[in-house]
Design a protein around this ligand. Sequence first.
Ligand code: ASP
Length: 327
Amino acid sequence: MTRTAVLAIHGGAGTILRAAMDPAAEQSYHAALNDVLAAGQRVLADGGSALDAVSVAVRLLEDCPLFNAGHGAVFTSDGTHELDASIMDGRTLEAGAVCGLKRVKNPVLAARRVMEQSEHLMFAGAGAEAFAEKQGLEMADPSYFHTDARYRQWQMAREAGKALLDHDAATLAARADAEGIPHEPIDPNRKFGTVGAVALDLHGHLAAATSTGGITNKEPGRVGDTPLIGAGCYANDATCAVSTTGSGEMFMRMVAAYDVAAQMEYRGISLEAAAADVVMNKLPRIDGRGGLIAVDKHGNVALPFNTEGMYRGFARVGEAPVTAIYR
Ligand code: ASP
């Protein structure tokens, strides 16, 4: 039987300010998503592993300043960056994760090294950085993660207070207008900006990877769902691969990524039904906002979100990539 190898990616979910839509900005998001999908698709078409495809895709998303991971990550309340990432191999159920990184250029590559080159699953902070450095991974000066757009978002978040209420978004958008800050299609002040990828390869194996700068103005030391296996990332060849984005605290409480796989396994329901139950039913019960991307062993893809938009796309080998932002 020929399988359809497939890769799906996300670049965060959030609220759209319709009044503030900017066609040029929108276009740059589609173009960035397309480039990442094309690169991952090549890996799969060449017979590469799902693990390699998600590593390449997330590394490229980290390098792109449009997304909140790697270069372009959001600021903590101290004005620093603390990056988290995770990866999981559905073939072996091996996984790796890192959190609180300040100097590693590509956190997803560090997570992969943890999985493949250490006897542990998760490294935090200075120890994680020392491990990455010893592994020969590229280190970056903290200034590498600075982008002016995120800096201004942080300034505005600080002025608005920690919790940005819904009605604040309009005020912040007006401020952005006044200061000539280009609008992103999804309101950056109410956007969960993690990036992630899931893939099924030609050999029938699944993998998932997720990477983030976390939440704007988060307290130093705060860690969300992204590096937690089962919450922000999960993969099992028997069921599916999942990567999430959203209000991390709620995704942790729901063990969201694993719940999709568990529902498929225990209830015998489809990927689509399991993913929809988690995102549209269970997470909203505790005010969990965001979405996820998932692929099952048959190549079915689900991209549900309970916000107004989610940067997302998928590409099957031999077919043109599909990208989308809004519903
Ligand atoms: N889930 C991420 C976190 O809580 C945030 C995001 O998805 O943007 O750190």
